[in-house]
Design a protein around this ligand. Structure first.
Ligand code: UDP
Length: 388
């Protein structure tokens, strides 16, 4: 007999696909919480990141095991096609109650389409980020996520505002924070005092920065300049960037205080991040992680999808598009490493969540009152009314 004081709960069958490093980091705590709350989760590794340092080792370290593992070709065009094909097949075969995908990678449009084709509701996590960059494939992926989703788990009120501006009903939006903070809390690494921090952490892998020889050369100049003027630079080099450096800048020389390495394991990377005075990056997730540790950051892009950090003064944008841009990046780095700025940024509360996003998502999905949002229906205009 059920206890009348215990509210009813739903234990749903959910497909959670992921394919890249940030998806693994952000979804590991969500899948853990879903399972702990009794949901049945089928995890699918789409195979998008095949490099062990970016995928397999990381999944193992974070305890995210794949129920289904796909492999896809390295060549980008057949790869995207195969991710979509695999998604269509897997969702049709398993017919889950919902598909839950995160963020802005190709996983999102592939599984949104697959869910729709199988009449399964799609739920978008990390919904409502907007860079307003019309050249960004990630921005399109985010919008496809929003256009497809029956429910939008947004990280902040700012992202709710962006979704509302695009006509998404408020009751379908739930602000739950970003699970990147859950992952950080699980490391037990806390922010460090200013006197325990030094140097700069650099990462770069966006095509706009590293696929162009001149911009890549500006990046190298910037890294060398930071090493000579601010302090030791740690630069874990993304596989794409390593390949482009070998191709465009063979024999390139770095300042003696620059330490290059392959991508670091997540825990070592996070430890480097909290020990840095400053981060310089074109990564999205790092903007959230740096904020948790109170570390200021220069974004090597003209736009960002994390405006909260621009608004609170912990992030400045600068591009490597031309020499003036590179000078601005240099100036931004110096402004952000002034002692008063470092102290001010260290005291800003992290706007990206409280570290309990996975739990919030799992609890909300267990709520039967959500069922009405998960029904996919064709509206009826048989009475001659029109929808506007
Ligand atoms: N990261 C890592 N090792 C590294 C560099 C980054 O574990 O050497 C992690 C980092 O903590 C962050 C994520 O990778 O959570 C960011 O991934 P990426 O920059 O590839 O993606 P984006 O966030 O830009 O989508």
């Amino acid at each position: 007999m059920t206890n009348p004081s215990t509210p009813p709960t739903r234990q749903r069958r959910i497909i959670v696909p992921y394919g890249t490093r940030p998806e693994i980091i952000k979804l590991a705590p969500v899948v853990r919480a879903l399972r702990a709350n009794g949901h049945s989760v089928i995890t699918v590794n789409t195979g998008q990141h095949s490099d062990a340092s970016m995928s397999g080792d990381l999944s193992l370290a974070l305890g995210l095991d794949a129920t289904i593992t796909n492999t896809v070709p390295l060549d980008p065009s057949p790869r995207l096609g195969q991710i979509v094909g695999d998604a269509l097949r897997i969702v049709a075969e398993h017919r889950p109650e919902l598909v839950l995908a995160l963020g802005d990678t190709d996983t999102v449009p592939a599984y949104a389409l697959a869910a729709k084709r199988s009449s399964v509701p799609f739920v978008h996590l990390e919904a409502g980020l907007r860079s307003f960059n019309q050249r960004s494939a990630e921005e399109l992926n985010r919008k496809i996520g929003s256009a497809s989703a029956s429910l939008h788990f947004a990280p902040t009120e700012r992202s709710r505002t962006f979704l509302r501006a695009e006509g998404i009903e408020n009751e379908r939006i739930r602000v739950v924070g970003n699970s990147v903070i859950d992952a950080l809390l699980a490391t037990s690494m806390s922010p460090l005092d200013l006197n325990e921090r030094a140097g700069v952490l650099v990462t770069a892998h966006r095509a706009t920065n590293v696929d162009d020889p001149q911009r890549l050369a500006r990046l190298v100049d910037l890294v060398n300049d930071l090493a000579s003027t601010i302090g030791a630079v740690t630069f874990p080099v993304h596989p794409r960037t390593a390949q482009r450096m070998a191709q465009f800048l063979p024999g390139v020389r770095f300042h003696e205080r620059v330490t290059l390495s392959p991508p670091l394991g997540y825990f070592s990377f996070i430890d480097q991040l909290r020990r840095a005075l400053l981060v310089v990056t074109d990564s999205g997730g790092l903007q959230e992680e740096a904020s948790f540790f109170g570390v200021p950051l220069v974004v090597l892009r003209g736009s960002t999808s994390r405006w909260e950090s621009v608004e609170n003064g912990s992030v400045r944008l600068a591009t490597l598009d031309d020499d003036d841009g590179a000078v601005r990046a240099h100036e931004a780095a110096h402004l952000l490493t002034r002692e008063e700025t470092l102290r001010a940024v260290a005291s800003i509360a992290c706007p990206y969540g409280d570290g309990h996003t996975g739990e919030a998502v799992a609890r909300q999905l267990a709520d039967p009152s959500l069922d009405r949002f998960l029904i996919l229906e064709e509206p009826s205009f048989l009475d001659g009314e029109v929808p506007w």
